[in-house]
Design a protein around this ligand. Structure first.
Ligand code: BGC
Length: 446
């Protein structure tokens, strides 16, 4: 019996995590297409910058607008809409003949990414029992990393397919998008959302499938108690004095996650590798090395997050990132790139991110907020995350150009140091508790 429940829970979480896979793919696929879309659409550097960022702007919009349908129509149903949007964006951008059409479909895809980046972790956190929530929500990060890896690989394989290669690269996403849509037909709604909608019997049956009837009844009572006050909360409450400390945690983790420089380093790595000289610069090698390390250490994190807790992982990861960024910055200051040293430290950086703030930011953002405010409060935190993804991606090339790699990586290093202090001195531990227990503990303590 236990086995079956386990399978049901894991399956539902994996289905939701497919949203993460499409998120990862969609954000990464563009990097392989730029050498081809730039001449095709006659883009200068600024034009290319905006074409690439159109997805990120869509993400910001997606997060801003998906909270409402998530509350109104349900997490699962809104994810279904996102799955369709992923498909439409893949087909539309792959077939685009004009720049405006291309940008519009990428922007539309961004709305899907933004929606999935919020609702996939939300759905999983609302369906998972407290003692396994960290690992299950981390499946979403695992899927993001796998999505990035698929994009790199398929770009690599498709690069030689002629003038339409970029179209093939973008269309690859269509199939998993349809699969995501189809598999969402077989998972239940989030029990916490069902209670919000007074569909108590349905909620009870979902909870019973996960944990057995006895536990389900007590969980249901807890959820009902936490939702007893009123229906769904307002943005005003999200920014109220009571909730503000929690919002600060969510926003800071979002900012720190992006200010580690993960995306700059991941996408800039090939250039750094090139500086190291021949033999180490093959596209495949970079993909395999960065991707494999990212994947492996996300799995390590997933196995430890509910046992050790969120804080120890963050501390270990922050230390690893500070050290590796210091070495990378030092190499830039001294213009010393020979040997495998830099490669090793880039990989240490990726591993440190993957074991810590990569998954943990999403997990904590999905679990700290009270049931009635989760959707709105998460949207504020995740909006912050995408805004900083956007800011870093836009400013990194400028900082690199004006101040050099040393300053850029040193800045990221300082941010990781601040993260370390923040985690040690301010962040509460959230492992093992049910969402309702956390609600009581966090709101009382703060
Ligand atoms: C971050 C992305 C990043 C990815 C890399 C995610 O958690 O939000 O910005 O590209 O991890 O693994």
């Amino acid at each position: 019996m236990k086995e079956r429940n386990n399978a049901f829970l894991v399956l539902a979480s994996v289905v939701a995590a497919l949203g993460g896979l499409l998120f990862g793919f969609d954000t990464a696929v563009i990097s392989g297409t730029t050498p081809f879309i730039q001449p095709y659409f006659h883009l200068n550097d600024v034009g290319l910058g905006w074409t690439v960022s159109s997805l990120l702007i869509g993400c910001i919009v997606g997060v801003a607008i998906s909270g409402k349908p998530g509350d109104r129509f349900g997490r699962r149903n809104t994810l279904r809409a996102a799955a369709l949007a992923f498909f439409i964006s893949a087909a539309g951008s792959a077939l685009a003949e004009r720049l405006a059409v291309f940008i519009a479909f990428r922007f539309f895809g961004g709305i899907a990414v933004g929606t999935a980046s919020m609702l996939s972790p939300m759905y999983i956190s609302e369906i998972a029992p407290g003692e396994r929530r960290g690992a299950l929500v981390s499946l979403n990060q695992l899927a993001i990393v796998i999505g990035i890896l698929i994009a790199f690989f398929s770009n690599y394989l498709l690069a030689g397919t002629g003038a339409d290669n970029w179209r093939w690269m973008l269309s690859v996403m269509g199939l998993p998008a349809l699969f995501f849509f189809g598999s969402l037909l077989f998972v239940p709604e989030s029990p916490r959302w069902l209670v919000q909608k007074h569909k108590t019997d349905e909620a009870l049956s979902v909870l019973a499938r996960i944990n057995g009837m006895e536990k389900a009844r007590s969980e249901l009572a807890e959820i009902e108690r936490s939702l007893a006050k009123e229906e769904i909360g307002t943005y005003r409450e999200v920014f109220s004095r009571e909730i503000r400390p929690l919002l600060t945690i969510g926003m800071l983790l979002a900012i720190f996650q992006q200010m580690t420089g993960i995306n700059s380093i991941m996408y800039y790595a090939p250039i750094i590798f090139q500086k190291m000289g021949n033999g180490t610069s093959s596209a495949l090698m970079q993909t395999v090395a960065v991707g494999a390390v990212n994947l492996t250490f996300t799995i390590v994190s997933l196995r430890l997050i509910d046992r050790w807790g969120r804080k120890p992982l963050l501390i270990i990861g922050a230390v690893g990132m500070v050290v590796s960024l210091a070495v990378i910055a030092g190499a830039f200051f001294m213009e010393h790139f020979e040997g495998y040293l830099i490669l090793v430290f880039i990989l240490i950086f990726i591993a440190s991110f993957a074991v810590s703030i990569g998954p943990v930011a999403w997990v904590v953002i999905a679990e700290i907020f009270p049931n009635r405010l989760r959707s709105k409060a998460m949207s504020v935190a995740i909006l912050t995350l995408w805004t900083f993804t956007f800011i870093v991606s836009l400013t990194f090339p400028v900082i690199l150009d004006r101040l050099g790699g040393g300053a850029a990586f040193a800045l990221f290093g300082v941010m990781c140091l601040l993260l370390l202090f923040y985690v040690i001195f301010r962040l509460p531990e959230t492992k093992g508790k049910s969402l309702e227990e956390l609600e009581t503990i966090l709101l009382r303590k703060e």
